[in-house]
Design a protein around this ligand. Structure first.
Ligand code: DCP
Ligand code: MG
Length: 406
């Protein structure tokens, strides 16, 4: 079967996977390096390597240098395809890489930017296909079984959505299971789209090195090689008893099944948090009147931390709640529903203030907590979490425990 790499080669008949499932694996292309090129487009087309330890300072736009000038023990986290053509790959020592390509550009890593892009591409996919297994910063499995649409068109839609949300390309493989999808997504990198059916197993999978199977590491590969099993096809044709004798019941049996493209593992989907919260118990009980400034400071700090938690997890919430525990261990909570979901510390603070007006503040407190619930992902349009909230404003200086006469 023709596997489409470009629109011209789209098959007339949609490919039909051989089980009921349609599982996609999506992996971003040269991820860290591609994120860097978004803000430094003048480096496009050049060999670029991301690595090294030095932290980038804010406003440090021109922080790149020649790889040949690098001295140190850092490793390459990734390299553009132009740098890979020169022999550089992830995990390679930068000094070794420098010997191969001294003229290549070296950029320090900016993990915040990679995290932002990661959240954006996952949200863009989730808006189309919500059943997702998160496999790390730049890859996910997606269950497309229940998502309407022909497979190639749907995969293309996902790629387009990822590009729209991030400006980045990714590669997708769609097959009946995770094992094959992971192999398929690699097949036409970068910007690949590979759909495999049962009929493709002998022609597309069996010629490959067993090392492309996720779970066959260098040691297993070497042992397979020693047995003369240097392709997946050879592994599939091997006597399963030989594999069990060599590798044990469990791994040997798995190897043989994997070579036949069998894998029934379900997706391990994101367990959505219902709410996020922060709370603190004071070293000594604080009185809402006498210790008003201290309490205000603590609550502002909790709001900031909670907003940072939301930002990190890429979530916003529509309810804000407070929790107070009095010196006699009685606990009260109050909630406030917002008009729009927010991750903004100012909006959280304002809602907390509204909640505080509804609790008695007549005795010392031992604990203060704040919670944001009814969480949602930001829309795939790419607005940052702060965009949906009220501006942080300058209300910071107002006490959060107002109107209490001690
Ligand atoms: N990474 C890392 N150290 C490694 C390997 C990877 O820090 N030894 C980081 C940098 C990569 C990101 O993880 O950009 C994703 O890893 P991938 O293996 O998916 O590699 P790339 O996305 O860089 O390239 P590809 O296009 O092959 O997926
Ligand atoms: Mg990748």
């Amino acid at each position: 079967m023709e596997t489409p790499g470009n629109p011209e080669s789209l098959p007339v008949q949609p490919p039909v996977p051989w089980s009921g499932r349609r599982i996609a694996h999506l992996d971003m292309d040269a991820f860290f390096a591609s994120v860097e090129l978004l803000t430094q487009p003048q480096l496009r087309g050049l060999p670029v390597v991301v690595g090294g330890r030095r932290r980038r300072e804010p406003g440090d736009g021109a922080a790149f240098g020649r790889l040949g000038d690098y001295v140190g023990r850092g490793v390459a986290t990734t390299a553009t395809y132009e740098a890979r053509a020169l022999g550089i790959h992830s995990g390679m020592g930068l000094m070794k890489a420098a010997a191969l390509a001294p003229e290549a550009i070296l950029l320090p890593a900016d993990f915040e930017a990679y995290g932002r892009c990661s959240r954006l591409f996952k949200a863009a996919v989730a808006a189309i296909a919500p059943t997702i297994e998160d496999r790390g910063i730049d890859e996910i499995f997606i269950d497309l079984t229940e998502v309407p649409g022909e497979t190639v068109a749907l995969a293309q839609r996902l790629k387009d959505a990822v590009r729209q949300a991030t400006g980045l390309s990714c590669s997708i493989g769609v097959t009946p299971n995770k094992l094959l999808a992971k192999i398929a997504s690699e097949m036409q990198k970068p910007d690949g789209l590979t759909v495999l059916t049962r009929a493709d197993l002998p022609s597309r999978i069996w010629p490959l090195d067993p090392a492309v199977i996720n779970g066959v590491g260098p040691k297993a590969r070497a042992r397979l090689q020693a047995l003369g099993l240097d392709t997946i096809g050879a592994l599939a044709a091997a006597d399963p008893q030989l594999l069990v004798d060599q590798f044990g019941q469990s791994y040997g049996g798995w190897l043989w099944a994997a070579a036949h493209g069998r894998d029934d593992r379900p997706l391990v989907t994101l367990r959505e948090p219902k709410s996020l919260s922060r709370e603190t118990t004071f070293e000594r009980d604080l009185h809402p009147g006498r210790d008003r400034d201290a309490l205000t400071g603590i609550l502002l700090d909790l709001c900031q931390r909670l907003a940072a938690d939301l930002e990190r997890k890429g979530r916003r919430g529509r309810t804000v709640g407070i929790k107070l525990r009095y010196d006699d261990f009685r606990t009260v909570t109050r909630d406030q529903t917002l008009e729009r979901a927010t991750a903004d510390p100012g909006a959280i603070r304002d809602a907390a203030r509204a909640c505080l007006r509804r609790v008695p503040l007549d005795r010392p407190l031992r604990l203060l907590g704040i919670r944001v619930g009814t969480l949602e992902l930001p829309d795939a349009a790419g607005t940052g979490p702060a965009a949906a909230g009220a501006p942080a404003g300058n209300g910071q200086s107002q006490p959060l425990f107002p109107g209490f006469a001690s």
